[in-house]
Design a protein around this ligand. Sequence first.
Ligand SMILES: Nc1ncnc2c1ncn2[C@@H]1O[C@H](COP(=O)(O)OP(=O)(O)OP(=O)(O)O)[C@@H](O)[C@H]1O
Ligand SMILES: [Mg+2]
Length: 627
Amino acid sequence: MSVTKPMTVANIAFLLDRLAADTPPNQQIRELTQNALEAVARRQKSGVEGEGLIKWDVDWEHLRRTGLYKLCVVDNGDGMTPDQMASYLNSLAVQGANQTQSISQNFGVGAKITALYRNRFGLVYQSWRDGRGAMVKLHRDDKIGEYGLDSFDLADGPHWTPRIKGAIRPRGIEDSGTKVTLLGGDERQNTCLPPVEAVGMNWLVTYLTSRYFRLPVAGKLQVRVLTRDMDRWPKEEPEPSEKTFNLQTIRGTKHLFDENAATSGTVRLSNADAHWWLFEDGAQASKNMSTRGGRTCQVGIVFQDEVYILRTPPASRRILAGFGIVFGAEHVNIYIEPRAGTSGLDIRADTARSRVLLDGEDVEDANWWERWGAEFRTQLPQAIRDKIDEIIARSNADPQGKLRERILERLKRIREFLRPSRYRRTPDGTVLAVGSVSGGNPEIGGDEGEPRAHRTGGARGGRSSDDYLADLVESGGEEAIPVTPTPREPEVMWVSLGAGREQGELEDMAAEIPGDPATGDLIKANADFRGYLDVVRHFSEEFNQSGDQAIEKLIVEYVREWMALQLVEAVMTVRNLANGRTWTAKEIADALSPYALTTVMMARFHVIERVKRQLGTELSRVVVKAA
Ligand SMILES: Nc1ncnc2c1ncn2[C@@H]1O[C@H](COP(=O)(O)OP(=O)(O)OP(=O)(O)O)[C@@H](O)[C@H]1O
Ligand SMILES: [Mg+2]
């Protein structure tokens, strides 16, 4: 029989520092809150009556004795015995009181790799069970370079888990509960201040509200809100009746959105629930929710009642476009809650609990947003659909599609250029473009929906070796995603602030394809963009010094028409470059990015020439008629 020698950890402090380095500064707030929530849940499960309480507060006792402000968290959970404190808190990867150590539940590292690391001067636990309290102090001993329990030197020698006086029990704890005090990196550090300078004094409220989607236990989560002006901070615990510096209750993201939204609901996707909210006035709602860490135009992923991946504009705008929200993203929030287990989806958090992995893959790497978005689009809630239609109606200056018709008419004249010739490589590596596409006649509006390789009538039938090889090629280390270009000409809609364009969207940019650039059938053109406005202004000065409204309208129409033509042509032709190797989804997306479309719109010479000629004839006709 073989005998295994268990592996040991040679340098725990190094391992802890290494794990801690992967955690964001506020993570310790989550870990200590979570431990408190779990303690409250254990207590409730054991049948004890009474409301659970978790409170982030100033350690008033510490302040009274030292004059220093230190942050603490108090809970009335099940508490710990002195022995439990010594074993649960002073070892890494320990099986704690939940008895649920596993890769999908407790890791036994949370508080140590976050709170202990950031409070190397001291992390003090005072815990009560059946009315009796004891205390431990964890710290980093710089003399020996180790983390561990610090000793309290009493008359009879050193103690590591001494009993403590009943009088120092904080408000809120009756017979059992725990208080954890954060002493910070050194004796004088004020741990009530936010870890990052830039965030406001309501940092705990905003962090906890946005981190917790809903509270997993029955009870109250509260936070003492302090102000910037530290001279005015209370010197002792304010009475509950006092109006300033009182405790604010945290209810989580869902509650905050529910409170502020006009309508909300849940769409059932194949392996996840998509929670959505629609806000009547997006800007106003964002303003109302800002002090509690909320806003509109957000997307997130919910796992075990917590928000793991949170995206705000501009990233969220692109994701929402994929969900079918091509207009009015400012009115919407969508949070995805994967259904673990039943759907066969393996979902878990990373060690630092700042990311979730789905089937072992990062959500963004595995294109989960796109997949969920495609499903959501097909079941777009009516309320959201109505909102989008309302915004389109407000911004559409071409309701009869007259402009569009003229654009398509013109494009027909250059139809043979819309599909570029096939890309070929000679053996010596130089590029040669030879002949045309195999099979099919490129035609606008024709039935080009069929993938190229399956079309008949060309010289070669079946799957070409080009296409076959394309499947084997990797680009930039990732598998190349083949693109099937949409045959339909994209539609151009001119938007401006308040009419189809929202604050922060397309800022100082010419145009954008919301959603997938390779297939999206809408181009938003920015009528507030200076490259466009300059041209309009130029023609107003030349042809409309009197400020005639009808002439102004004509100028705008012509400039838009020619610029839109350029955009449509560029988008269609670039899409048709797709070949699965030199032009994959990524290259197409780059070439059709808002930056690239801005470049297209900035080539204005021919636009100006055409508009000038058109205006010249049109206006002289008007003048002649009037005469
Ligand atoms: N406020 C508390 N009240 C009661 N027990 C606590 C409290 N905080 C921590 N503990 C105990 O200490 C253990 C260790 O906590 P720690 O956060 O380090 O790891 P964990 O919670 O077990 O796992 P995870 O890595 O998922 O956080 C807990 O499992 C729990 O038994
Ligand atoms: Mg924990």
